[in-house]
Design a protein around this ligand. Structure first.
Ligand SMILES: Nc1ncnc2c1ncn2[C@@H]1O[C@H](COP(=O)(O)OP(=O)(O)O)[C@@H](O)[C@H]1O
Ligand SMILES: [Mg+2]
Length: 461
């Protein structure tokens, strides 16, 4: 299929009506010209017949025709056509003739004074006229004059050629007008193309002013909305890369210092201590890199358009609790699971939901302290997946901020990097779910919910 072009499309669409209009105009012009030119020739035929009819005299009821020979010669003289005449009484008696001319189809008793008709004389097609002349004593005469069609045919041909020439000129002229008109209208798109092409800053919006044709303004608006979205996304990514680079620079600078120190340190005990510090920094860095990779994987999953599958949250939570139980026990924490009702099935991506839950359990074990139990649970319909602990909790003022990338509450211990809740938040967004952060009870603890919505894509179809 050829590529789409507005110019070609408009021209093709206009071509049909244009051809039709030109043809109708041409046909009408031809018909009119034909009609009037034939009428002029008919008038000549009528004049001849009437001249002849005036010569008819009725003497004692009998019709007589006295025409001088020179007049007859004048009458018959025509370079292009042959002229035939016949004068008869209505009873059929021939008075004068140079050839037999058949009467009109309605017979010799004409309704009008004269009648035109087409017939054949000596096997030649002719145009004929019959004129009736009424005598005093009931006698009547029929004058018939016929003429071959040479003048008429060549006149018709000339009219046809002239009309065709006019039609062709009309067509070429209107096509040229339409084509230049379309070209002019479409050229109003040029400035926009120019502005898109020429020296723009990345993501700056296209002009939506009055000089933009209203037909393409919706397109320009859509492109601008898209540009804004891409620009915001781009800015977000830039920020993230800058933050990530900043986060990595600090431990790597520390690591370099420690290793330089270790190289110079001669005392075996201090040498070992410096190396242990370096190993701890390295472990934190590796944890940070692991989290960065997870976040980038989750970001990519947000673009993934493959359909969700049914995920059994009950089984997923049991398995996840199972895998964390040893680490909880090692810190003296009681980690348990409770299904508090509701249908625990959602449409989603299992590996992402597992990652989210794992991050929440990780936080609870890291920040809640050994004071109380941690409960992973499911309740409600649509289901809520939650993790609650009995630690210090997250103060209300911090509940929004802790979702931000790289944010940690001041004084938070451990090797975290502030990406855990950001990852959970993104996974919630992908599932059309919301991440709710609150206290476990009025007095203490934290409770973090992953709340699936009834309409969201996280719900089973
Ligand atoms: N269960 C919790 N109890 C107390 N504070 C928490 C809890 N979960 C998260 N936080 C706070 O929120 C911050 C952000 O958590 P997160 O995004 O997982 O990053 P990280 O765990 O790497 O610090 C933590 O640094 C901590 O201050
Ligand atoms: Mg964390």
């Amino acid at each position: 299929m050829p590529s789409s072009s507005l110019r070609r499309d408009l021209l093709l669409r206009l071509m049909g009506p244009l051809v039709a209009v030109v043809l109708v105009a041409g046909a009408s012009a031809w018909g009119l010209a034909q009609h009037f030119s034939q009428r002029v020739l008919d008038q000549w035929l009528y004049d001849s017949a009437i001249t002849l009819a005036r010569q008819v005299r009725f003497v004692a009821g009998k019709a007589r025709l006295d025409v001088p020979g020179s007049a007859i010669e004048m009458f018959e003289m025509d370079v292009v056509d042959e002229v035939f005449y016949e004068v008869t009484t209505t009873a059929g008696l021939r008075i004068m003739a140079n050839s037999a001319v058949p009467p009109p189809t309605e017979g010799p008793d004409l309704a009008a004074e004269s009648v035109y008709y087409d017939t054949f004389v000596r096997e030649l097609p002719v145009r004929a006229i019959a004129v009736r002349v009424q005598g005093g004593g009931g006698e009547a005469v029929l004058v018939k004059v016929a003429e071959t069609r040479n003048k008429r045919d060549s006149l018709a041909n000339e009219v046809l050629v002239a009309t065709l020439a006019i039609v062709a000129m009309l067509f070429v002229a209107s096509f040229a007008l339409v084509a230049t008109g379309i070209g002019r209208s479409l050229s109003s798109l040029q400035p926009i193309v120019q502005r898109v092409r020429g020296g723009r800053r990345a993501f700056s919006p296209l002009p939506e002013g009055r000089d933009v044709p209203s037909e393409i303004r919706p397109l320009v608006k859509t492109i601008n909305a898209l540009l804004r979205e891409i620009s915001e996304e781009h800015a977000g990514r830039q920020r993230f890369i800058a933050d990530a680079a900043h986060q990595l620079r600090t431990p790597i600078a520390a690591l370099r210092l420690q290793l330089e120190l270790a190289l110079r340190e001669k005392d075996p005990e201090r040498h070992e201590a410096v190396l242990a510090d370096a190993a701890a920094v390295l472990s934190r860095t590796s944890h940070l890199i692991h989290r960065l990779l997870t976040l980038s994987r989750v970001d990519q999953a947000a673009e993934d358009r493959t359909p969700f599958v049914e995920v059994d949250l009950d089984r997923l939570a049991r398995e996840e609790v199972e895998s964390w139980i040893d680490r909880a026990l090692a810190k003296g924490i009681d980690l348990g699971y409770e299904h508090r009702g509701g249908v625990p099935v959602v449409a989603g991506r299992e590996e992402l939901l597992r990652e989210a839950l794992s991050n929440l359990i990780d936080n609870a074990i890291a920040y809640a302290g050994p004071d109380g139990p941690i409960t992973v649970g499911i309740e409600g319909d649509p289901p809520r997946l939650f993790v609650e602990d009995s630690g210090a909790g997250i103060p209300e003022a911090e509940r929004e901020r802790v979702r931000n990338r790289f944010y940690r509450m001041p004084g938070t211990p451990g090797e975290g990097c502030g990406l855990g809740l950001a990852i959970v938040d993104e996974i919630a967004r992908i599932h059309g779910a919301s991440l709710r952060i609150g206290p476990r009870s009025a007095r203490a603890g934290a409770r973090v919910d992953l709340e699936f919505s009834p309409e969201g894509p996280g719900r089973t179809p």
